[in-house]
Design a protein around this ligand. Sequence first.
Ligand code: G6P
Length: 372
Amino acid sequence: AAAEKGGYDYFMLKEIAEQPRAVADTLLGRFTEQGWIMLDEVRLSDQDLRDVDKVFIVACGTAYHAGMVAKYAIEHWTRIPCEVELASEFRYRDPVLDRSTLVVAISQSGETMDTLMALRHAKDQKARVLAICNTNGSTIPRESDAVLYTHAGPEVAVASTKAFLTQLVACYLVGLHLAQVRGVKFADEVAAVVSQLQAMPAAVEAVLETMEPVRHLARELAAAGSVLFIGRHVGYPVALEGALKLKELAYMHAEGFAAGELKHGPIALIDQGTPVVCVVPSPVGRGVLHDKMVSNLQEIRARGARTIVIAEEGDEAVTPYADHLVRVPVTPTLLAPLVATVPLQVFACEIAAARGHDVDQPRNLAKSVTVE
Ligand code: G6P
């Protein structure tokens, strides 16, 4: 078993370390020399894709958080309305679907029963279903009209890490492809994103190389009663994912919030020393968001929070409000979850280990949930 873990103590650590390769493999062979997205396995004609007037993303757990990020990217690049919904809620709500709806089902295992039931419901309503999946020939891709495989390789640890990053990549590819096929409003931006995506494996690698202080901090905080996570825009799903990892692995109370919602309730939770992980948007591009986050930081700091700030290199505005500062490489806003999530994975893994838990096999959880 030690050999299977490639020298790491846990599969999760091995899988975290494999992320640059997983991201690179998921990008491999999916671009033409001219920078066009080429998704040959997606057996939906360009005409089908041009007819899409609504996108619904369905998924569970970590895959749902990837879907939340996808919504920001797909709507921005394609201007097609996109909703994301927990698979377990989707079909019981009687969603409005038809032939021109594209339903994207995201699942690492391809066997999650709630997601499978959601896709069957979508097909009954004549929607077209595209699966984003990590497991060749599993049920969800077999029952879908089309599939885009993530190439994370087998994921063994129950808590998803490399599969999540590759789900993000697949979602970006779907968004960019839809944008290109439909004739883009943001053609220049899409072309730029295509080249920025190619730089992401190196960016993830750079984050991994700077994780020692995060491990140290995790050990310091291992006895905390609760940890809060806040983010804005695509940083919001990253905050939710950070909190989910901590619940799954460390059995700690952890909650993620949209930073703008703080004042509507969650700020009452903040007490002297409450650890709050803040996923700060890039100051470049969407500067307004960044400034709003800096005021959130000020507010929670004033109420006693111990702030753990994930911010871009060179973002000095956050420094006065950060008890702990984790730097990530400068990354376009929509792609930032690929780098911002990594420290949160390391953080949760290390806290769980410090608390003496089985990182790879958390209590009460299964790698794939094949009951509804
Ligand atoms: C379980 C796993 C999670 C995973 C979720 C969805 O809850 O513990 O890590 O995110 O299922 O799994 P899927 O295979 O559909 O991505």
